[in-house]
Ligand binder design. Structure first.
Ligand code: NAD
Length: 312
């Protein structure tokens, strides 16, 4: 399927990232949100992301400006989707709002259009129920900042056709993403389930006073995080045990001790919430830098890591 024109619905954080990416790859993009003020603010942020990409040699001289010219912001939903081959919906992660938008998409978008959602944990089976073309609806879940981080998780609902999953995957590959397609949907997909497991333990370590929020972050970033861009959990155990079979033989017992002492709560206990709010606000980086400064620092280093990985 030849995707040339894209509509981004929702111009918040993720909608801005997608618009930055799509426009930087030469696609015509319409960007829709509910007010002109939101769109104005979003375009300012997109422009600075495109300039950032040009300054860091992810785009050639003049390409940021050309990309910006390919974006058409509009509060008119029908106009936004009228000529779209592909729609990327990025409205809040809430079934009621997503279903309302998908109903509108069903009514207004051309019949061939792929209707993709950025949802972080919701199921497409539920969202696609409100459309008359569930076979064209799919989840394409990015990772923040989505114009820089390559991964996108693609997962269909019960009634999504394999050809929609394939076309979405091919499209994502074409624009330089690293897509993975799940065989079956599950809340949180792969990335957010892994993050949820890690986050619960990080919260619990701080809540129980075992370590400060700052030291938990340092342990992650200077330990497993440094290795994580190169190897995932499975390659790690293969190396750690000198083979996956030996790892299971030698380390199963010590993992059992860890898992037996870990919390299994499914919503953050109020006292734990209090501990991490205090812990995070006490972190030096949080006390001394604005969110914008932290984001810029993160993105500059991220680009260097991505370039190194690209040279492999
Ligand atoms: N923030 C992240 O780290 C992240 C990462 C991956 C995926 N996501 C997913 O992306 C989606 C958007 O998240 P976000 O962080 O960008 O949220 P956000 O709150 O920053 O942006 C949502 C935008 O949607 C707009 N909106 C609300 N109702 C709308 C409607 N009916 N039509 C058009 N626009 C509407 C809002 O005005 C807002 O600008 C969510 O599903 C979220 O789970 C978020």
């Amino acid at each position: 399927m030849d995707i040339r024109t894209v509509a981004c619905i929702g111009a918040g954080l993720i909608g801005q990232n997608w618009t930055t990416l799509f426009s930087s790859k030469g696609l015509e993009v319409t960007l829709h949100d509910v007010t002109q003020d939101i769109l104005h603010n979003s375009i300012t942020n997109i422009a600075s992301s495109l300039i950032f990409m040009e300054e860091n040699n992810l785009l050639r001289a003049g390409e940021a400006d050309a990309a910006l010219k390919r974006i058409r912001p509009t509060t008119d939903f029908a106009e936004a989707v009228a000529h779209a081959d592909y729609v990327q919906e990025s409205v809040p992660d809430n079934y009621e709002i997503k279903k309302h938008v998908f109903q509108e998409l069903d009514a207004q978008a051309p019949h061939h259009t792929i209707l993709a959602s950025s949802a972080s944990g919701l199921l497409m089976t539920e969202i696609q129920k409100v459309t008359t073309r569930p076979e064209r609806c799919v989840l394409a879940h990015p990772v923040l900042p989505a114009h820089l981080i390559p991964l996108v998780e693609i997962v269909g609902g019960e009634h999504t056709s394999p050809s929609t999953v394939k076309a979405t995957r091919d499209f994502m590959k074409r624009i330089g993403k690293a897509p993975v397609a799940l065989n079956r949907e599950v809340p949180g997909y792969i990335v957010n389930r892994l993050q949820a497991a890690l986050l619960r333990e990080a919260i619990d370590l701080v809540h129980k006073g075992i370590a400060s929020a700052s030291d938990v972050d340092t342990a992650f970033c200077m330990g497993i995080g440094l290795r994580d861009p190169l190897i995932g959990p499975f390659l790690r155990i293969h190396l750690a045990g000198s083979s996956v079979e030996r790892f299971i033989e030698n380390f199963s017992r010590s993992y059992q001790y860890r898992w037996e002492t870990m919390e299994t709560w499914t919503s953050i206990p109020p006292s734990a919430a209090k501990s991490i709010i205090k812990g995070v606000n006490e972190m030096e980086v949080v006390r001394t830098k604005t969110l914008e400064e932290i984001k810029n620092w993160r993105d500059e280093l991220l680009v260097k890591i991505l370039k190194l990985l690209g040279e492999e």
